[in-house]
Design a protein around this ligand. Structure first.
Ligand code: CA
Length: 268
């Protein structure tokens, strides 16, 4: 797979100002862009221009982002980053086996988008050129082909698998894991996790998170007894640390919440 530096980033966004702002930041970072505002134009454009990456808004005229992503995946492995207006949607998105590579919640800073795009392109390049290692501790080895996804979360069908083993999770635990897995490089404060755990924002104590985390850990450790996959960061919160260099992991490329780079999404 060759990734030409001149292939554009395809921005699919129907808010013209936002699209122009993203394009400007990406261009400054050395990535030319093409902007589309109608979902129906995406498939022909991907076929015609073979973009390096697609930034895809969820709510679009013509054809929504979910449909577009599904349609693109039928013929292309181009990295797709979904843009979504509501943080609450990300859990739902995580459950859809669309083949999107990442999600960014609005409002976002254009800088964040550029950093995320760069990280994904590095990951893709690393996967295609073999033995690229990056990340703060150099732990995320992307040798040979793209690594199989150790963790697959399907929130719609309500199941999650670790190394091919079913995880018997409660709805809250599943949501907790999906949130942690959405940004494996990030430490989530308890308050943030609480927001994601409950739709109705009922008032629950911070310690509720701890007890759910405890149960989640127990279930993860039943599969990987020697690892602490959910790390507690003292005084801050929790983060997901999933080793991907283990042998014998079942391939599950389609899992949108597959974690293949826990340590180094954004070195800069
Ligand atoms: Ca929109």
């Amino acid at each position: 797979m060759t990734l030409s530096n001149t292939a554009p980033i395809l921005i699919v966004e129907d808010e013209p100002k936002l699209a122009a702002l993203l394009a400007e930041y990406l261009r400054v970072a050395g990535m030319p862009c093409r902007i589309l505002s109608d979902g129906r134009d995406v498939v022909p454009a991907v076929r015609a221009t073979q973009p390096r990456l697609v930034l895809l808004d969820l709510m679009l005229p013509g054809m929504d982002g979910l449909e577009v992503c599904r349609a693109v995946r039928e013929f292309s492995e181009v990295p797709v980053v979904m843009l979504t207006a509501r943080a609450a949607e990300t859990d739902r998105l995580l459950g859809l086996e669309l083949g999107a590579d990442d999600y960014i919640c609005k409002p976002f800073s254009p800088r964040e988008v550029v950093a995320r795009v760069k990280a994904i392109l590095r990951r893709v390049r690393g996967a295609s050129t073999a033995s690229t290692t990056f990340g703060p501790q150099g732990t995320a080895s992307l040798a040979n082909a793209a690594p199989p996804r150790a963790l697959v979360i399907d929130a719609m069908r309500h199941h999650a698998r670790l190394d091919g083993h079913e995880l018997p999770l409660t709805p809250v635990e599943l949501r907790l894991l999906a949130t942690l897995a959405s940004h494996p490089d990030k430490t989530f404060p308890r308050a943030h996790l609480l927001d994601r755990m409950y739709d109705d924002h009922r008032v629950v104590a911070d310690r509720t998170v701890d007890s759910h985390i405890k149960n989640l850990r127990r279930k993860l450790q039943a599969i990987r007894p020697d690892e602490e996959i959910v790390r507690s960061i003292y005084g801050v919160g929790y983060r997901l640390e999933l080793r991907t260099d283990r042998p014998g992991m079942g391939a599950a490329r389609h899992g949108v919440a597959g974690i293949d780079n826990p340590a180094g999404a954004m070195p800069e």
